[in-house]
Design a protein around this ligand. Structure first.
Ligand code: NAI
Length: 462
């Protein structure tokens, strides 16, 4: 048994980052983690492994589509699935070991096992109960499945199973055109799998700017993904290594079905709080099963805090990280804070899609006067040189003050480009501020400047 200033439950991006920040601030810290390795869903079965597979299959796609055009001849590479999975596992290993190293460096104790909270101020891991002045729940989320759909992680899989299929399937039905469905759908489509995405709504990527949604669907369609929109999946029947997805088309209520070797269920995630003992403690929950917290991440029970996917807000690793830092600072007596108005969202397909701040639809709903600056990557020399001219940058700024309200990018390196707008928004910058900032030539980021210019006098290259 030991006594800690802060005991964090969960070592995902929220938990491990919060632990390091708390240790930096001089607190005695432990993290309870039941998985064999640190890093949570993101590092073990989420963000990082999917990026390895997205990278490998993007390289394959480049070789097939563009190498010959660039004068690179020779036999096209073929996917070696076993080696691709080994590469992915190697990447996971490097990252999880990296966190172990950071824990040692920051003198953070890793309590191995699944934690429960028998009483405020106490956390039991295995046979040992520890004292903690503050407990931070950072236990993350799990895939939320549909009624009538049984996951076996072989034929009917969540993202976890999709990252470790024994072979490349000939066909796949993806349920849900959200981030996971499109990222994993892209991976398999590039590997030659026939991918059909069945989505309840009439558009893909709910919550995104509508222009981006349309362009994105068109581009994914060109890459071979098929979409069935406005379709509510009701049941999946699996037998003999195949599965049939039954759905109802919302426009005419007609019953339809599609068969595939693998069905990926990507219909969202729900907070993972099982086994923590929150019921007994009387921790207040929201209607959606999240842990209710105040502005300082405090739950209804004194000394217990919660961050990341278990509380409300976007289920994003970087949102959890920022909350981890904020709660650590609050517990150390500082003024930790997260600016929820400036949290970027990125889809790591090719091209990438990135977004921050308000969408045009949100501004319309709010009745705000705004202006739009748009610039196509076709006008960007660097993008054209690397076959990445399809896509655009869209900046939304206040009509009166010119202050940047949002930015939406679909195109090369969008997930990195978006951050100059994040910084600009954090500082309350105007579109003109961005437009007057020198941008190196030739870079993709010039498209950001051009979109900022388009908010006022107009871009140079279109
Ligand atoms: P999501 O919430 O992004 O998308 C789920 C989709 O499934 C929605 O479009 C919804 O309309 C559809 N759907 C729900 N029920 C359906 C039904 N019965 N029939 C047909 N369609 C149905 O969820 P997703 O993709 O599973 O991701 C879960 C979470 O993980 C999200 O919060 C996401 O932000 C996060 N994530 C983020 C990543 C990133 O930042 N790059 C990568 C992967 C996940």
């Amino acid at each position: 048994m030991a006594s800690y200033d802060v005991l964090i439950i969960g070592s995902g991006p929220g938990g491990y980052v919060g632990a390091i920040r708390a240790a930096q601030l001089g607190l005695k810290v432990a993290v309870a983690e039941g998985r064999e390795t640190l890093g949570g869903t993101c590092l073990n079965v989420g963000c990082i492994p999917s990026k390895a597979l997205l990278h490998a299959t993007h390289m394959l796609h480049e070789a097939e589509e563009n190498f010959a055009k660039m004068g690179l001849s020779g036999a096209a590479p073929k996917p070696d699935w076993k080696q691709m999975l080994a590469y992915k596992d190697e990447v996971i290993g490097q990252n999880t070991k990296g966190i172990e190293f950071l824990f040692k460096k920051n003198k953070i104790d890793w309590l191995k096992g699944w934690a429960t909270i028998p009483a405020p101020g106490k956390v039991t891991v295995g046979d040992t109960t520890h004292d903690a002045k503050a407990i931070v729940i950072a236990s993350g989320s799990e895939a939320s499945t549909l009624p009538g759909v049984e996951i076996d992680e072989k034929t009917v899989v969540t993202s976890t199973g999709a990252l470790a299929l024994p072979k490349i399937p000939k066909s796949m039905v993806v349920i849900g055109a959200g981030v996971i469905g499109l990222e994993m759908g892209s991976v398999y489509s590039r590997l030659g799998t026939e991918v059909t995405v069945v989505e309840y709504l009439d558009h893909i990527t709910p919550g995104m700017d509508a222009e981006v949604q349309k362009t994105f669907q068109r581009m994914l369609g060109k890459q071979g993904l098929k979409f069935v929109l406005g379709a509510a999946v009701e049941k999946v029947e699996a037998a003999k290594g195949k599965a049939r997805v039954h759905y109802k088309l919302r426009k005419d209520d007609s019953a339809q079905s599609a068969e595939a070797e693998v069905v990926l269920v990507a219909t969202g995630r729900r907070p993972f709080t099982q086994g923590l003992g929150l019921d007994k403690l009387g921790v207040e929950m929201t209607k959606r099963g999240q842990i209710a917290v105040d502005a300082h991440y405090a739950t209804s029970v004194k000394g217990i805090y919660a961050i990341g996917d278990v509380i409300e807000g976007p289920m994003l690793a970087h949102k959890a990280e920022d909350e981890g830092v904020a709660v650590a600072e609050i517990l150390a007596g500082q003024a930790g804070h997260v600016n929820y108005g400036v949290i970027p969202g990125v889809i790591y397909t090719h091209p990438e899609v990135a977004t921050v701040g308000k969408t045009e639809e949100q501004l319309k709903d709010e009745g705000r006067a705004y202006k739009v600056g748009k610039f196509s990557f076709m006008g960007n020399g660097r993008a054209k040189a690397v076959f990445a001219g399809d896509g655009f940058v869209k900046i939304l700024a206040d009509k009166e003050t010119d202050r940047i309200l949002g930015c939406h990018v679909i195109g090369p390196m969008a997930g990195d480009l978006i951050h100059e707008v994040c910084v600009a928004m954090e500082f309350g910058a105007s579109a003109e501020d961005l437009a007057r900032t020198c941008h190196a030539h030739p870079t993709f980021s010039e498209a950001m400047r051009e979109a900022a210019l388009a908010c006022n006098d107009g871009p140079i290259h279109s």
